[in-house]
Design a protein around this ligand. Structure first.
Ligand code: ASP
Length: 426
């Protein structure tokens, strides 16, 4: 008799649904499953630094000629920038139309602010330690690449890996081949490790979601229902209209095939709220399901996980305007709103793809346009929930960019309609 086995993405969905249900039923009493979720996140995060380094190095070296690399790098950055700006503008437009902050009762506001005061102080301190934009740019150059790897400072790792990859093409071929083969081996091992780890993803996802649902303060969600709804709607809107439109216009890809292919990574992004931790799965989905050539995936996706954040920038637009409605009598002028777009776009580049990173970036955006940064207390309570929609959008934007770059370089026709294979076999 044939053994019946559910596909891994289906198992993950079951874990997710079960997690939500049990979290609702058992609340704090199910918190004991938390270590399973933490262990899962640690397992996939463990892969990220060696994977980013080896894959970027291979990607850069295999692109070979610096002119081609410059062209691909340019296309990647332009796609990232344009989509990030559009998403922030969508957030601002929705908030301008709906004005979710204008009728928030003073009493509710005080109550929520008091409740999240301590947490907010921690974020404000983190923001105060955050360097300026020019510092961020200089800090991209590592003093010691091993230190960057030890600290998982992604932009520094990216810089060193790309530099290493370019230089590899400039030394004698017989030596370069050995080094390349070594890193290709490391890369293969990392990908295999991801596939093995993904076997326990249903349990990890179940544990992560149960704890979130069990602990979540649902009354806060009610008070901030409109704010939350705008972020969630905005993320879904960008994901299902702007990105598909870009793919249709630029690549001739069948949209349903694209979404089917990237779906497993979206599920992991939803549960972990970290595009960094999701990167290994995003890469697997893009290569195996969307058939984006390895040299493009290994270049575009590690970069995207760190610097491209459509969801995060959309959130900046909504949150800044929402808090301006609450705290500033006149709201934000058009010029201020443009400043929000600029700061959110640039800030997202220096922000790591980790849970809740957007809140620290928000502190920077708020202070630039003169909104009291203590205001983040008001939105902190629903941050995890909205992060669960920001992060899948972030990684979907990266994948769309990879498809765009590969097609525009003539390396693929469009996403072929084959059965998804990623995250299936180890
Ligand atoms: N959690 C997001 C990510 O990892 C960043 C954020 O919006 O907080 O992409």
């Amino acid at each position: 008799m044939k053994r019946f086995k559910l596909a891994l993405p289906t198992q993950i969905i079951i874990g997710l649904v079960l997690g939500i249900a049990l979290g609702f039923i058992f609340k704090e009493r199910i918190a004991w499953v938390e270590p399973f979720g933490t262990a899962f996140i640690r397992l996939i995060t463990m892969i990220v630094v060696p994977l980013v380094f080896s894959s970027l190095l291979i990607g850069t070296a295999s692109l070979g000629d610096p002119k081609k690399l410059g062209r691909i790098g340019g296309k990647t950055l332009i796609f990232f920038l344009v989509t990030t700006i559009i998403s922030c503008a969508i957030g601002l437009t929705l908030t301008n139309l709906i004005k979710p902050g204008s009728d928030l009762p003073q009493e509710t506001r005080n109550q929520i602010t008091a409740q999240y005061e301590t947490d907010t102080d921690a974020r404000i301190t983190a923001f105060a330690e955050k360097p300026s934009i020019s510092d961020i740019l200089v800090n991209i150059i590592p003093r010691n690449p091993f230190n960057s790897m030890a600290q998982a400072t992604m932009l520094q790792i990216i810089f060193f890996a790309i530099f290493f990859g370019i230089t590899l093409t400039l030394i004698p071929k017989e030596k370069a081949t050995v080094i390349l083969a070594f890193f290709e081996g490391i890369n293969d091992v990392m990908i295999k490790m991801v596939l093995i780890i993904m076997k326990v993803a249903p349990i990890g996802v179940f544990a992560l979601i149960t704890v979130i649902v069990g602990r979540f303060g649902w009354d806060i969600l009610m008070a901030l229902a409109m704010f939350t709804a705008i972020v969630v709607f905005g993320c879904l809107f960008h994901m299902f209209t702007v990105l598909p439109l870009a793919l249709k216009l630029l690549t001739n890809t069948k949209i349903s095939t694209f979404f089917k292919g990237i779906f497993p990574a979206q599920l992991i992004a939803f549960s972990t709220t970290s595009s960094g931790a999701t990167l290994p799965i995003t890469m697997d989905c893009c290569e195996k399901n969307l058939k984006v050539p390895n040299q493009i995936c290994s270049f575009v996706l590690p970069l995207g996980a760190t610097i491209n954040m459509n969801g995060t920038s959309l959130y900046q637009g909504v949150a800044a305007l929402f808090l301006a409605e609450v705290y500033l009598p006149g709201g934000l002028s058009i010029v201020d709103q443009l400043v929000v777009v600029g700061t959110a776009t640039l800030g997202a580049i220096g922000t790591a793809g980790v849970p809740g990173a957007a809140v620290i970036l928000l502190a920077m955006v708020l202070s630039t346009v003169g909104i009291p940064i203590e205001g983040i207390a008001l939105v902190l309570g629903v941050d995890r929930i909205v992060d669960m929609f920001r992060t899948p959008l972030n990684i979907t934007g990266d994948a769309a960019c990879a498809v765009f770059v590969a097609t525009s370089e003539g390396l693929m026709d469009s996403v072929p309609e084959t059965k998804p294979q990623a995250v299936q076999e180890a």
